[in-house]
Design a protein around this ligand. Structure first.
Ligand code: AMP
Length: 176
């Protein structure tokens, strides 16, 4: 099994995407390498089991790739959080700030059951605005945020501090 060092080597920097000044961390080479993808999932699964989550809530679109696979491994439910206008049924909404702009996130009104312990999953933690918005949506539905899980963390943007202050432990596999 490859170590997370191999995963780190596969993550590709794409300068000036989606706009000048942003170095985009492209995780698609990791998804394309079966052993590396498995090792990411094995490690996330191991960390996730500690929190005893009842549900995965993942953020579109790269969060879905990891979140759905983890929900299958743990045999728990999966609920999507999407950008404004993508979900078909009644939604709750939250405005959030991200590294490059502002946006609105939505969850279906029945995404989380009251009292459920929820793990929030995304590919990358930057400023933490997106994951914070996701946590607000979970709490609007009376869910508890058990943990935030990411493959990559951009530590210099201090998103972790924001999420920990908002009341959830943060797990990230690869830090820059
Ligand atoms: P933030 O809300 O600032 O923590 O940004 C996190 C969200 O934006 C995640 O859904 C990431 O996929 C995406 N994102 C932000 N910055 C980057 C980056 N440098 N490389 C890849 N994805 C990013």
């Amino acid at each position: 099994m490859p170590s997370l060092d191999r995963v780190r080597q596969l993550i590709r920097d794409v300068p000036d995407f989606p706009q000048p000044g942003i170095v985009f961390k492209d995780i698609t080479p990791v998804l394309g390498d079966p052993a590396a993808f498995q090792s990411v999932l094995d490690t996330l699964e191991e960390r996730l089991r500690v929190y005893g989550a009842d549900r995965i809530v993942a953020i579109e679109s790269r969060g879905f790739v990891f979140g759905a696979a983890l929900a299958d491994r743990l045999k728990i439910g999966f609920s999507p959080i999407r950008k404004l206008g993508k979900l078909p049924y009644k939604t709750h909404r939250i405005e959030y700030a991200l590294e490059y702009g502002k946006g609105v996130l939505e969850a279906h009104v029945d995404a989380v059951q009251p009292g459920e312990k929820v793990a929030i999953v995304d590919d990358l933690l930057a400023t933490g605005g997106t994951a914070w918005g996701a946590a607000q949506l979970v709490r609007m539905q009376e869910g508890q945020v058990a943990a935030f899980l990411f493959v990559v963390e951009l530590a210099f943007l201090k998103g972790r501090d924001r999420l920990v202050q908002s009341g959830g432990p943060v797990e990230a596999l690869i830090t820059y």
